[in-house]
Write a protein of this length. Sequence first.
Length: 376
Amino acid sequence: MTLTKLGKYIAPLDSRNAENLYSDDAVVGLSTQKMMINTKADLEGVKLTSYKLMPPNSFAYVPDTSRRGDKMSLAFNSTDNTYLVSSISIVFIVNKPDELISDYLFMYFNRPEFDRYSRFNSWGSARETFSWDDMCDIDIDLPPLPIQQKYVDVYNAMLANQKAYETGLEDLKLVCDATIEQLRNKAPMQEIGSYIEQVDERNVGGKIKLAQGVNVDKLFIPAKRVAENIEATRIVKAGQFAYNKVMKSNGTKLPIALRKGKTCFVSGSYQVFQINKDDTLLPEYLMLWLSRDETQRYAGFISWGSTRDVLSFDTLCEIQLPVPDISVQHAIVDIYNAYIMRREINEKLKAQIKDLCPILIKGSLEEASAWEEKTR
């Protein structure tokens, strides 16, 4: 096979939302995991007329590769919907579908080799960018269309299985949410302050070494920064909660998590608490209630501050929840735990599919080379 320039097969799109046909619910972000994601931008009062259209079967990427590690933010719109992306994004399509299948190109982009290449070939003084010309200058080896299609079919079959699993996953989440909603309407609402107490155990002597933070996905994560005075940090044990009192994402996300792993420490600015009536309220049930979108928004509403919205422990205690019989709580938690387990499996499936992309591309090239040898 012969290397050719990718620019021969792709063409840019620069259609704008000039007529305001699409609203902010059509705006998506582009992730380094090669997916369209909910935008992190605050769109309140923002005019969307300059945003670019990302129609079905099109690609979009952010040319600025600085501060993204070694990965490029890129996505392929495989849906039937048109989305909006930031005006700084570059949108393009495959304009020779009889020579290059869009799904095959997406598999090509889904390889670590492409991320390394785009990062290495980014240029700039203040910001490094991978321009449209740089994209077009990529040397690519293309198997015959039937071979491309064969490996695309394998990829799409695995993707369809994962999507089917994901659909079942969301059904399970709906059952859990519906059950809680029924409880909210039937059981009396009680302030959680009656069931929790603050914990303020400091890391005296630095005896605990595991530094953690909490993100808006309600997970403990490695700490981004560790305080110089480690003895001022707070210890969090299994079964205890920790939260960052500063609300995130425009006051709609409270970074809070229930500790289940090894004992760790968090910043002294975090709040740590535990349930003091564990025969009446399960920690997992409380965590489930605090994770609800409605509860998160309410937490943002009751937070206050001059420069940042802060949710104090006293204010947190004012949040109300229904407290059914402990056996009912166990049943709900069991459903939720099944959902969490399946969600983790789903994430592993997605990672495995992504990891298969370089193998599928390599396999297609090897098959194409073998086919060429036979036909000579």
